[in-house]
Design a protein around this ligand. Structure first.
Ligand code: PLP
Length: 421
């Protein structure tokens, strides 16, 4: 999110005022940023029959899902629960693709009963699907192209040792199963993981799908998943979607020609659409100097933003309370969890004083959606700014939420026996 000018506002609303109104820690989202990302994506692929399916897992709040729907895009879900959220948000089953990994066949069946396109990611389930539905229910097949692309190894999904998708080396077996059960393969899918920047990796994966596609005469779409890299620091290399649009668009048009028919081209961006729309706003509890460094301890931590500790992710940090400071210092920003939960190492910030609000940027994607109650802390509130108005879209948790599912057993005091006495 652009922290516009010196006043640190979102759509004209002062961030400090929002923190005073809704409290901290607070997740704050800006719909204007999401809309801008959608437009950028659409314009990169104009001229093609493009379907954007927002990857719900990056930020699942119902109001965000409803906003996506209002923008005319579809949804990619990875669990039956996300699927239910999508339907609750008003998506039509036809706008949803269900891409689960290693789930039971019962979950796949529930997806079919809900009327969504299921993306099958292993041979046993493809065969089960064939036995159950034959040609009565169209499906999509997820292929693992064996391309290692992307950032942190933990977020790569398209390499040979990954659990995702059906190996490109097993395509002959896919074809056998499809023929044996007369499966109606409506789509081929590939999702090579997160954070690769070059159009090349996409085009490489695309060529593999294009080749495979000729075995499936009934296709309606090809789904290239996601993996778009966004800037977490100033100057970070990012996926150039305009360039991707040109390179992949050209390859796709050529493919359609050789296939004999125009197909839909689908993508499932998560991070690309919502990373930059979100801030995590936290309050400084303490500034603590040790012989080696100065820590800023804030009222949040890895329970609310896991990415720095899980992926060594960098989230830019800004002191929103002290914008006119003349002095800057180097700080290590840490959370209040009893576990090492560094949010940012060695950050040069405007002088931080107790009570100052810090903004962690790029917190829209995989921020709240990966949050937990570790240390029995409440998860933050979420606020959405739309057309210059702030809407509370999730209340801060309370003690009641923590206790909701606990079933308490009471114990009578017991005498402790020593040596059998
Ligand atoms: C997670 C996921 C995405 C979204 O990835 P981003 O890097 O957030 O864009 C898309 N498709 C599938 C199948 C996924 O599992």
């Amino acid at each position: 999110m652009q922290l516009t000018n010196q006043h640190h506002q979102v759509q004209g609303l002062r961030i400090l005022d929002l923190c005073a109104e809704f409290g901290t820690p607070l997740y704050l989202y800006d719909t204007a940023v999401i809309a801008e990302k959608i437009r950028a994506f659409q314009s990169a692929f104009h001229g093609l029959d493009l379907r954007i399916k927002y990857a719900a897992k990056s930020l699942t709040n119902l109001s965000i899902l409803k906003f996506m729907r209002s923008q005319g895009i579809g949804l990619d879900v990875v669990s039956i629960q996300e699927l239910e959220l999508g339907l609750l948000a008003g998506f039509e089953p036809g706008d949803i693709v269900f891409t689960p990994n290693c789930v039971s066949f019962e979950e796949i069946q529930r997806g079919v009963e809900r009327g969504v396109m299921v993306n099958l990611d292993n041979l046993p389930m493809l065969e089960r699907f064939g036995q159950e539905y034959n040609d009565r229910v169209p499906c999509c097949v997820r292929i693992n192209p064996h391309i290692a692309a992307g950032g942190n190894y933990k977020i790569q999904t398209g390499h040979a040792d990954s659990k995702f998708g059906i190996s490109v080396l097993q395509l002959a077996r896919v074809k056998q199963i499809v023929d044996a059960y007369h499966l109606d393969v409506a789509g081929l899918h590939v999702h090579t993981g997160s954070d690769f920047q070059s159009a090349e990796a996409f085009v490489q994966a695309a060529q593999i799908l294009f080749k495979a596609a000729h075995d499936y005469p009934n296709l309606r779409f090809i789904d290239f998943g996601s993996g778009f890299k966004v800037a977490y620091r100033e100057g970070d290399a990012v996926t150039d979607v305009a360039d991707l649009g040109i390179q992949l668009g050209e390859a796709f048009a050529q493919f359609c020609e050789s296939y004999g028919r125009s197909l839909q081209i689908c993508f499932e961006p998560g991070k690309f659409l919502v990373s930059e729309c979100g801030l995590l706003l936290v309050k400084t509890n303490v500034v603590k100097t040790t012989p080696t460094r100065t820590f800023v301890g804030v009222d949040s931590g890895l329970n609310h933003l896991l990415r720095p500790m899980l992926y060594d992710a960098f989230h830019d940090i800004v002191n929103v309370s002290n914008v006119d400071a003349t002095n800057q210092r180097v700080y290590t920003v840490v959370g209040y969890i009893c576990e090492t939960d560094t949010l940012g190492w060695d950050r040069t910030l405007n002088e931080v004083r107790p009570g100052d609000i810090l903004a962690l940027k790029n917190a829209g994607a995989y921020g709240f959606s990966m949050s937990s109650n570790y240390n029995s802390r409440f998860r933050p509130a979420e606020v959405l700014v739309h057309h210059g108005q702030a809407h509370l879209i999730r209340r801060r948790e309370t003690m009641e939420d923590l206790l909701r599912n606990q079933v308490v057993v009471n114990f009578e005091p017991e005498m402790i026996r020593v040596n059998g006495k």
